[in-house]
Design a protein. Structure first.
Length: 304
């Protein structure tokens, strides 16, 4: 089975000939074969098809350490039947968008400190996600529903998200946004970014005596958690008669572990340590275009 070495950094565009030449010489010295990096994006992403004799722990360790010292992401990717995946499942908070949406809602009402603390514990797997969700939503009790519209206007889309969705759809892939966040935002992002499907939790919203809508502080059952995410992965695979090798999943926290472990390509995007241990691809200095580079797409194949 072939492997590919993907090196990438979209923050600084810093992968120059000095880095490529130095790495090539070291790899050639270990393998006695000529190395030819394929350019996926100038100074941002390159891949190298690895022969079996390259693939040993010593070479991998050296390569990862060298690139880490240079602030460049290093990923060894096993070739599967179809490098270009047919199904994408993406987390929302801190993945497709920069923010944690419930933290931002709390910020709008001046209660961010208590909510952010719970969020961090949940994302690092220190407390049960469902418990953390209910505790945070309870803090929003009696707040006007208008803050949901305010949040839509204040969120920021992560770099590469638009190109990721457009390119995968252009290549007949199914795109799914699946989040432990809330439907008011996933539905908005589904429409604005072009996801085909979106799944999330529903906030309970009711009218008061003056017929103004407010947040009750409750979540409508059933609650979407880490088990639900992998359930959706299973469901889309089964419904579309796919192999798991044909899937790619991306997230950043503990509630993404199950779906990322099961995916053909499981991507930790600026992930918490608990997730990094379970993902086979990690991006710290590469934006969401990295998911396309990991599938072998080059810039001239990416739809913007």
């Amino acid at each position: 089975m072939k492997q590919f070495l993907l090196i990438s950094n979209t923050k600084e565009n810093k992968i120059d000939n000095n880095i490529l030449n130095y790495l090539s010489k070291k790899l050639e010295g270990a393998s006695f074969n000529e190395t030819n990096f394929k350019e996926l994006s100038p100074q941002r992403a390159y891949e190298l098809e690895l022969k079996n004799e390259y693939i040993n722990l010593e070479v991998k360790k050296f390569t990862k350490n060298f690139l880490l010292q240079n602030n460049i992401d290093c990923n060894f990717i096993k070739e599967t039947k179809d490098r270009k995946k047919k199904l994408l499942l993406a987390d929302m908070d801190s993945t497709i968008i920069k923010e944690e949406s419930i933290d931002e809602l709390a910020r709008l009402i001046g209660k961010e400190k208590e909510v952010i603390k719970i969020t961090n514990e949940a994302m690092n797997g220190k407390i049960d996600y469902k418990k953390a969700l209910l505790e945070r939503v309870a803090i929003l009790k009696d707040q006007p529903a208008e803050i949901l519209e305010k949040l839509k206007k204040s969120i920021n889309i992560n770099d590469g998200a638009i190109e990721l969705i457009k390119t995968m759809k252009h290549n007949n892939s199914i795109t799914v946004l699946v989040s432990g966040g809330f439907t008011f935002l996933t539905d908005y992002l589904k429409k604005s970014l072009g996801f085909e499907h979106a799944h999330a939790n529903s906030l309970e919203i009711c009218p008061d005596n003056l017929n103004k809508m407010y947040i009750t502080g409750k979540v409508i059952d059933p609650i979407l958690d880490k088990h639900a995410k992998v359930w959706y992965l299973d469901n889309y695979v089964r419904k579309n008669k796919l192999d798991y090798e044909e899937t790619i999943c991306v997230g950043d926290g503990a509630n993404d572990i199950e779906m990322i472990k099961k995916a053909g390509l499981g991507v930790s995007y600026n992930g918490k340590k608990v997730l990094e241990k379970n993902a086979n691809i990690h991006f710290k200095t590469t934006n969401l275009l990295g998911l396309l580079y990991a599938q072998g797409y080059s810039d001239n194949q990416i739809i913007s």
